[in-house]
Design a protein around this ligand. Structure first.
Ligand SMILES: CC(C)(COP(=O)(O)OP(=O)(O)OC[C@H]1O[C@@H](n2cnc3c(N)ncnc32)[C@H](O)[C@@H]1OP(=O)(O)O)[C@@H](O)C(=O)NCCC(=O)NCCS
Length: 169
């Protein structure tokens, strides 16, 4: 079975809380990702995504397996001189790790973004210890462009950030 990307629905709340409430996910993403991840956090996120569906400068999608939410992926267009860039981010429920699902999701969302948004470059910043995410990006056609030394402060320590990019084909 393969994954699909679809818009968020209010009925995703239970799966969102169940799967996003995982410190092994939070350890690899920005601190803005709540941990613990509560029902109120899910309400806030679902409201934001569902209201923001018309927003042309971002795309937020559920990673769904047989229609059930098993993760999330999003892309945000940047501003000013960076306006032809978009940042991509993603997470997957731990029981589904290692099946190629996020590599597929990144490929699908990048293709959609290049087809529907006037952008030139998609990038992602990965913490130095997250080798699985680096591999995901490589499999989705991204290349390592830079290493930002000690740019990230996570769990009270500094980490290098690996910057991966993909240009409009
Ligand atoms: C990172 C994450 C998105 C990967 O999703 P996934 O669906 O399991 O990824 P895929 O199965 O598509 O690919 C994972 C690849 O990494 C490899 N990998 C996994 N752990 C690894 C490790 N410790 N070292 C090196 N490679 C590793 C896998 O073998 C696979 O590569 P392969 O297909 O060549 O064998 C998922 O684990 C996750 O949500 N993690 C927490 C949140 C997160 O890290 N978000 C991204 C922030 S930048």
């Amino acid at each position: 079975m393969s994954i699909q990307l679809r818009p968020y629905r209010f009925s995703d709340k239970q799966d969102l809380v169940r799967f996003a409430n995982n410190p092994r996910i939070a350890a690899n993403v920005r601190d803005a990702f709540p941990s613990p991840y509560t029902a109120a956090d899910a309400d806030y996120w679902l409201n934001d995504c569902i209201k923001g569906e018309e927003n042309k400068s971002q795309i937020n999608r559920v990673i769904a397996l047989g229609d059930q939410l098993i993760g999330g992926i999003g892309l945000i267009r940047q501003k000013d001189v960076y306006r032809f860039n978009a940042e991509i981010g993603y997470w997957l429920a731990e029981p589904y790790w290692g099946r190629g699902f996020v590599s597929e999701a990144v490929q699908q969302l990048s293709a959609k973004a290049f087809a529907t948004m006037n952008i030139h470059r998609i990038y992602a910043g990965v913490f130095s210890y997250n080798k699985a995410s680096m591999r995901v990006l490589e499999k989705a056609g991204f290349t390592l462009e830079a290493i930002h030394k000690q740019a990230v402060c996570k769990s009270d320590a500094y980490w290098d950030e690996y910057l991966y990019v993909k240009f409009r084909p």
